[in-house]
Ligand binder design. Sequence first.
Ligand SMILES: NC(=O)c1ccc[n+]([C@@H]2O[C@H](COP(=O)([O-])OP(=O)(O)OC[C@H]3O[C@@H](n4cnc5c(N)ncnc54)[C@H](OP(=O)(O)O)[C@@H]3O)[C@@H](O)[C@H]2O)c1
Length: 418
Amino acid sequence: MGKLRIGIIGLGTVGSGVYKTLQGNDSVEIVKIAVKNLNKPRSVNVPADIITDNPDEVIKNPSIDVVVELIGGVNPAYEYLETAIKNGKHIVTANKELLAKRGEELFNLAEEYNKVVLYEAAIAGGIPIIMPIKTILAGNKINKIHAILNGTTNYILTKMDTEGASYEDVLKEAQALGYAETDPTGDVEGFDAAYKITTLATIAFKKRVKIENVYREGITKIRKEDMAKANELGFKIKLIASAEIDDNGNADVRVHPMLVSKDNMLAHIDYVTNAVLISGHPIGSIVLSGPGAGEFPTASSVVGDILAIAAEFGKTDYMLPMMRCNHTQKANPVKIEDTYNKYYISITAPNAIGVIAKIGTICANKNISLSSILQKGVSEDNTADITVITETCQEKLIREVVEELKDCTVNSLIRVAS
Ligand SMILES: NC(=O)c1ccc[n+]([C@@H]2O[C@H](COP(=O)([O-])OP(=O)(O)OC[C@H]3O[C@@H](n4cnc5c(N)ncnc54)[C@H](OP(=O)(O)O)[C@@H]3O)[C@@H](O)[C@H]2O)c1
């Protein structure tokens, strides 16, 4: 067999890592690389006859077997991959946004043309997660995933925790160090993690989860006071991408900050490291952790996917059957108001006699039990800071509690991971 002939679209952070990693590889030949701007300085020396600014030289090139899409975004990435599949190419992509928004169409089209789409790098960068779920964990019924899938937000939360610094100060520092983008919205508002958990939940539950049904909250409202309080109570605050499914196919998929007990491994995943905790039967629970982004960790997953195709290419008419994604059943979405959680509530209340009793009564009237309620001293302005942790209750009811606490200021309402 000859070498697998690949074309790459995109030679940025990930594309450069893939190019470097494939140098000297015996089973893969890079035929063409398409970029946007031919004159841009690169960290790799690519022969001039390989690089082009015309994507058609990759996606319509008859001598290319696999198109590796590393440009990001939905358009024109989707159109490029559609053309590539129709021109007989298998696909490798690292594009989480594309998969979350148009994955179903892409997978269906690929199946129609008997092509595979591999996307290991799109979920947790360098952490292998799709291949393990599709192969060695295939005998499991996975019912829960809790994951840290965004390095930027985990870096910010870790710094806030260890340095007692504010969100705004740490964000500025992260931007200066290149850990956060100039426009950090995609990371800090949870979009990036939401894209990843949408596809991850679809694969793990074998039911289509739609991005529109994934509840999302970012980390911008987390205060350094919450960090300190969480610590005191035995927790860390993490941006958790969570997906749970019940026996009736009701899927509760969301991204938001959570208090995570220090007994939970996810509490100790710091800085840019990512981790995925998977629970199911018969495995029980496992945690996979490692670098969730970056040139070489991401290239590791992209190259792994390319080599998986190289290993089977030309040897079978139906390649990599276990890696295909053709779930027709949809998951039933669960609205956030209908979910059940424990809550951390930080309240500033007028320092009046009976204020704690009043909070307790408002909760009790809705059948919400409190696992702890604590007040520390009284401020100079004669207000008291009160922290409450509830037992499990419905989100709808806790929102009513917040409404009824109108004499007080509710500083934060953060869900607590179970
Ligand atoms: N960076 C990470 O750590 C990481 C981790 C996991 C997944 N990913 C995913 O990997 C993908 C690539 O990310 P990246 O960080 O490598 O991005 P990047 O550094 O911004 O690179 C993007 C590349 O795509 C090229 N490009 C953009 N639009 C194009 C077009 N219309 N036609 C041809 N080429 C085009 C750019 O060309 P020029 O160089 O000429 O501008 C550039 O080389 C994204 O989907 C991202 O979400 C990234």
